[in-house]
Ligand binder design. Structure first.
Ligand SMILES: NC(=O)c1ccc[n+]([C@@H]2O[C@H](COP(=O)([O-])OP(=O)(O)OC[C@H]3O[C@@H](n4cnc5c(N)ncnc54)[C@H](O)[C@@H]3O)[C@@H](O)[C@H]2O)c1
Ligand SMILES: N[C@@H](CCO)C(=O)O
Ligand code: NA
Length: 819
């Protein structure tokens, strides 16, 4: 035989009751008793509590509310039951409402409502709903019999949380539910004491009724029908990728529900569990779903944890002082005080130094907890053995639960690592020695970020999602990067289970932020038409406020003002990837600050494209240094623009046209004077110098200028071009001269003996830099290990595709760090 239980939403509307009737009809097998337990129609119990309170204050508003409840039930009868069968049921329902009205009138007279009276008032919810479903079943030709729970569930007289007398209850159940031809419809939640006074069973009461019935009748299975697809790996309102846990052990279900997963209340299922009856949690509104099966066996699972649950709002109470060390009985006293005041403790943590105990409670009880402890430990506080009791608010608990933890190491390592990488501070932690649960207390503002990051780490069904925020998406590099991402997205999803989500984009005027991802189709139009007007600091504030896991800020501008935001972003554990050289070439103090933050916070700042665009210039240098090599000399051509210009410019040509061409090819900085002045190269050699550990400032780089003062001081790019045109003979002479000697012009950067210099040079065909073509860069590292033959990196060192590729590669490398 089996027991079914339908919750409040399942009997909440005419449509849902139709669905319930369908399910019950399909479950009835021949010669098997079928017991079905019902909750009150959704929302009715709360309304009854409300009207009870109103009546006890003498507020007649309760009459109006009662009327709407009555109308809801009567109209359900009218819709569900054929007219010829309606009157008997309607009469029963009306009778029940008359009783409620009398009861409430009594309450208004005595102006108080005891737990005992409240139990009677609440009992009507289940009695009404069960009556309606029973009549509906009979109306549809399914023989059903109404059972008032008070006739079979026998309890003591603890109103509100009555204790069941199993001897009496079990025999009453077996005496009553004994006709295999019938479906027994039983009111959940309610019972009666030895004087037949109505009682209720407390939290999860209807589940409890089903469990008691199942246990008494040795059911094969208990089905808890609700409005979700079973227990999920996390709260689906907070974690979009949460999924149903197909099988779970009773102990796991207990842990999850203790920390907030509300689908069932497992303690109420103990009678079923004592008899090893599996419990299935199913969805009335999605009958094809398999839901969750709770059973005693530990099931081999695909993941190291089973689920994550959380309590959004808790307070942490801290009791500490030197007087606690080595003194037996402090914690005994503490928990006795709490128990005496019926304070329920959600989590306890004590450091082995025994200097402090902290515990989590519902914020509503935190004030009273402080008071009773200050009172209870008055003497110890006066003597200075215990400090003032402190209470921290606005905290949340996350519990990672699973039997799988016992068998595998590394669960807590993984948990703390993912929290750390996302900059989530763990305030307290507790792990039961059963190894079934690790709980962490964190700031409330981080709850959603933490749940998502943890879920992603432990249940990598949907892979890792990176939240990308791109500044300057309409610029050359930004746009190219977006194109590359768009083209590669599917592949990364398939091959690496990596989701690249463009969560925010902003240019100088507008931004779009969307936690679900900005579509890469028509994003430009969308930005223009629907983007919000912003300034830089608002964009940064919004990114921080979103507080999403695995956030990466990608600065594709050459902007100088943005640099001030790098530190705050890194401090919020948002990684930065950028081709923008400004931060790394600003003051050494700033450079160092950023490094210190990345070390302290374990957050990444990646900038391979600062030097040589996509060429592995910085990674190579870091590899040499990190592996203990010593850099003796760096010689390099670091400007794609200048390389292109001197590879292209010829006698008879206009130098300015070649410069314009370099810009058109996407090699130059937004302002090409940055390249021609040598400033761009100076920045790059400065960055390389700093990478090798040399403390230099930009003014320490010796620049042998290529441009005349007049060209350098031109008011704008157009003026600059005019000066270049005027000075064409100078450039022509330079190239002519070189060609005459079979030489090439190269703008070379050098770092040696702690000194950096840059300037135009001529090289003959024996020089390794002679053979560059197009926009090629070359970097030659002479080190202790690469002494006779330097290590050389060479290739195109500017241009949209190769730069965007370098930025893209940095993003991908972050994915293995964050995973
Ligand atoms: N072009 C290359 O070959 C190359 C190679 C390596 C590195 N870089 C670096 O890449 C960066 C971008 O270069 P680019 O060629 O794409 O330049 P670009 O001028 O085409 O793009 C820069 C974009 O940034 C935007 N921008 C500037 N300030 C902004 C702000 N405050 N907020 C939002 N957006 C802002 C601009 O509107 C522009 O759209 C530069 O730092 C450059 O040094 C470029
Ligand atoms: N303007 C730069 C881009 C690469 O940093 C160059 O020409 O090298
Ligand atoms: Na590079």
């Amino acid at each position: 035989m089996r027991i079914l239980k339908f919750g409040g939403t399942s009997v909440g509307t005419v449509e849902s009751i139709e669905q319930v009737v369908k399910i019950i009809g399909s479950k009835k097998e021949n010669n098997q008793v079928l017991g079905v337990v019902f909750s009150a129609m959704g929302g009715v119990t709360n309304k009854l509590i409300e009207i009870g309170a109103l009546a006890s204050k003498g507020d007649v508003e309760y009459l109006n509310i009662l009327k709407t409840i009555e109308e809801r039930h009567i109209s359900a009868v009218k819709s569900l039951i054929a007219v010829k069968n309606q009157s008997a049921t309607t009469a029963k329902i009306k009778g029940l409402f008359n009783e409620i009205e009398d009861l409430l009138k009594g309450i208004t007279y005595i102006k108080e409502i005891s737990n005992r009276t409240m139990d009677l008032l609440l009992s009507f919810g289940e009695r009404l709903s069960t009556q309606i479903v029973t009549s509906t079943l009979n109306d549809r030709g399914i023989k059903a019999s109404f059972i008032d729970g008070r006739d079979i569930i026998k309890t003591d007289s603890t109103f509100g949380f009555a204790e069941v007398d199993f001897n009496k209850t079990n025999s009453a159940i077996n005496d009553t539910l004994n006709n295999a031809d019938l479906i027994y419809c039983v009111t959940g939640f309610i019972g009666s004491d030895q004087n037949q006074v109505t009682t209720t069973l407390g939290r999860g009461g209807s589940d409890y009724t089903a469990s008691i019935l199942g246990g008494a009748l040795n059911a094969e299975v208990i089905e808890i029908w609700t409005d979700v697809n079973g227990m999920m790996t996390a709260d689906p309102r907070k974690v979009k990728n949460a999924f149903t846990i197909p099988e779970i052990s009773y102990a796991e279900a207990m842990e999850l529900s203790h920390f907030g997963a509300k689908v069932i209340y497992p303690p109420s299922l103990i009678p079923a569990f004592q008899k090893n009856i599996p419990i299935r949690i199913l969805n009335t509104f999605d009958i094809t779903d398999k839901g969750t099966t709770v059973s005693k066996e530990t099931i081999q699972k695909s993941y190291s944890i089973t689920g994550i649950s959380s309590i959004d709002d808790i307070s942490l109470v801290n009791l500490q002082g030197n007087g606690m060390i080595g003194v037996a009985g402090v914690s005994a006293k503490l928990f006795t005080i709490l128990a005496d005041h019926k304070i329920s403790v959600i989590l306890i943590s004590q450091a082995s130094s025994e200097h402090s105990i902290c515990f989590a409670v519902d914020p509503k009880s935190s004030e009273i907890v402080k008071e009773i402890l200050e009172d209870g430990f008055k003497l110890e506080i006066q003597n200075g053995e215990i400090e003032q009791i402190s209470v921290q608010h606005n905290l949340s608990i996350i519990a990672v639960v699973g039997e799988g933890m016992k068998a595998s190491s590394g669960t807590s390592g993984k948990l703390f690592s993912v929290l750390g990488k996302n900059g989530i501070n763990v305030i307290a932690t507790a792990q039961g020695s059963s190894e079934l649960n690790i709980s962490v207390v964190i700031g409330k503002k981080d709850i959603s970020k933490a749940l998502n990051a943890i879920h992603e780490t432990f249940f990598q069904i949907d892979g890792l999602t990176l939240n990308l925020f791109i500044l300057g998406p309409t610029g050359l590099i930004g746009k190219t990067l977006l194109n590359q991402i768009e083209k590669q997205k599917e592949h990364l999803k398939k091959q690496k289970n990596l989701n690249l989500k463009i969560t925010g984009i902003a240019n100088t005027r507008k931004m779009i932020l969307n936690p679900d991802g900005v579509s890469l189709q028509n994003w430009e139009e969308n930005l223009i038409q629907n983007g919000e007007l912003v300034n830089l600091s608002e964009f940064i504030d919004d990114i921080q406020a979103l507080n999403l896991p695995n956030s990466i800020f990608i600065d594709c501008t050459a902007n100088k003002d943005i640099v001030q935001y790098y530190a705050p972003l890194l401090n919020s554990n948002i990684s930065i990837v950028t081709p923008n050289k400004v931060a790394n070439s600003s003051s050494f103090a700033e450079y160092e600050t950023l490094r210190n933050i990345t070390t302290k916070r374990n957050v990444k700042f990646l900038y391979e494209t600062n030097v040589g665009a996509g060429l592995p210039v910085i990674n190579t240098l870091q590899g040499l240094i990190n592996s203990g090599d010593t850099i003796i000399k760096i010689e390099a051509v670091l400007s794609g623009t200048l390389s292109f210009i001197f590879n292209t410019f010829d006698v008879g040509q206009k130098f300015v046209d070649v410069v314009k061409d370099a810009k058109a090819q996407g090699y130059t900085e937004p302002d090409p004077r940055e390249d021609l002045s040598g400033m761009d190269v100076a920045r790059k050699i400065l960055i390389l110098a700093r990478e090798t550990g040399i403390n230099l400032e930009i003014q320490d780089v010796t620049i042998n200028p290529l441009l005349s003062d007049e060209a350098m001081q031109a008011a704008n790019v157009e003026e600059f071009y005019k000066v270049l045109e005027k000075e064409n003979p100078l450039f022509e002479a330079l190239i002519e001269n070189a060609q005459k000697n079979g030489e090439k012009l190269r703008f070379i950067a050098k770092l040696e003996n702690g000194k950096a210099s840059i300037g135009l040079d001529k090289v003959d065909k024996n020089h390794p830099f002679y053979s560059l073509s197009g926009s090629e860069n070359i970097v030659s590292y002479t080190t202790e290990r690469y002494f006779h033959n330097p290590l050389v990196v060479k290739g195109p060192g500017a241009g949209a595709e190769v730069t965007a590729m370098g930025v893209f590669a940095d993003i991908i490398s972050l994915s293995s760090f964050l995973a």
